[in-house]
Design a binder for this molecule. Structure first.
Ligand code: GLV
Length: 363
């Protein structure tokens, strides 16, 4: 019997790939770090592969599904986001595609918290000072000061899985938390976190009784020292942070984005930073990735107040590479592919946990 064939557009780690070999699949991996050209992906799909493993960098559109008509059985996306996959086309061709939710929640949330601290406490300028041999003396406030995080107010815009996990990291620093969500309020979550805050205060473990509540977007932006974005990429989150909404933020506030680049209008952010309308920002995602050389965000004048990272939030070793589907993206990605190819869950993609487009398989 012919071995099922899988093409991976990038190396997702040898342990996870080994699982596929162990299941008897014939696996080919595009070995270069950069993504394969679309023509190569089309060629592989048209050659009759059973499964395609993709990442956020691969545009998976109508053409790809057409090339795989009758042979392509599943797409396994090695990411939680799937902005690169044309869901309608997948549904028309009835190809399930999977993703890797949950396993990167904590890694992303902690990274968001770390970059918040990084920009606020000026870690990069401090290290630069030492490296550039410009550290001349200890002084109470020169050459600069940072802003403490503990006890401040943080707004969590998009209080889904990652937003809530981020809020929990902030709770460790006794921050007042303002949640903003268009999907409605999770009263249990808010009540549980408030009980935690109350207990910490009542047992003398915190000097202040922190609070958590849901507010409108405008309130969240006006009342926060830190604003952290955790919304998905959707038509109504496009440029959620724009000239108007950035102007609602305090001149002393910081913006953190680990969600999707298109949620922030980068021109508007550039002007807000340049004119001192907000204190700083830390960004892990950009409207165009990699960040173009000519991006205004590279302005040296902003260097001390603007931290830039290479879409790195989920990039913890275990999170990215563990072959265990309960721990790692790679493990969850290959399990999603195996579920479809081996007809797990009664062969019904709508019942498979990692399939995104369940609607195409529901009667
Ligand atoms: C990362 O951004 C992901 O969607 O997994």
């Amino acid at each position: 019997m012919r071995k099922p064939r899988i093409y991976a557009t990038c190396d997702i780690g040898h342990q996870a790939l080994r699982c596929l070999f162990d299941h008897g699949y014939d696996v080919e991996v595009y070995e270069k770090a950069d993504p394969p050209p679309k023509s190569l992906v089309l060629e592989k799909v048209a050659s009759g592969i059973d499964a395609l493993i993709t990442t956020l960098r691969d545009p998976i559109d109508e053409e790809v599904f057409q090339a795989g008509q009758g042979t392509l059985k599943v797409i396994g996306q090695d990411a939680v986001g799937y902005d690169n996959i044309d869901r309608r086309a997948a549904n028309r061709y009835r190809v399930p595609f999977t993703h890797t939710p949950d396993v990167l929640t904590d890694a992303t949330a902690e990274f968001a918290f770390f970059i918040l601290g990084c920009v606020s406490r000026k870690l990069y300028p401090s290290e630069n000072l030492v490296r550039e041999k410009k550290w001349t003396t200890w002084h109470p406030y020169l050459p600069f000061l940072g802003d403490e995080v503990s006890g401040k107010t943080v707004s969590v815009i998009g209080a889904g899985r990652i937003g809530k996990a981020f809020a929990m990291k902030c709770s460790g620093f006794d921050m007042d938390i303002l949640c903003c969500s268009r999907r409605g309020e999770d009263r249990n979550f808010v009540a549980s976190v408030q009980r935690l805050f109350d207990a910490k205060f009542d047992f003398g473990l915190s000097r202040r009784r922190a609070s958590i509540r849901y507010v409108s977007l405008e309130e969240a932006l006006r009342d926060a020292d830190y604003v952290s974005l955790h919304v998905p990429f959707l038509p109504d989150t496009y440029h959620l942070m724009n000239d108007t909404t950035l102007a609602w933020m305090r001149p002393t506030a910081y913006l953190i984005n680990t969600s999707r680049g298109t949620v922030v209008d980068e021109q508007a952010l550039y002007h807000a930073l340049k004119k001192g309308k907000i204190a700083g920002a830390a960004l892990d995602v950009f409207e165009r990735e990699p960040l173009p050389e000519e991006s205004p965000l590279r302005d040296p004048d902003l260097e001390d107040r603007l931290r830039l990272f290479h879409h790195f939030a989920s990039a913890g070793r275990q999170t990215r590479l563990s072959p265990d589907p309960s721990l790692g993206m790679a493990g969850r990605c290959v399990q999603g592919v195996i579920d479809v190819l081996e007809g797990n869950y009664g062969g019904n993609p709508a019942a498979m946990p990692y399939v995104v487009n369940k609607e195409a398989f529901q009667d």
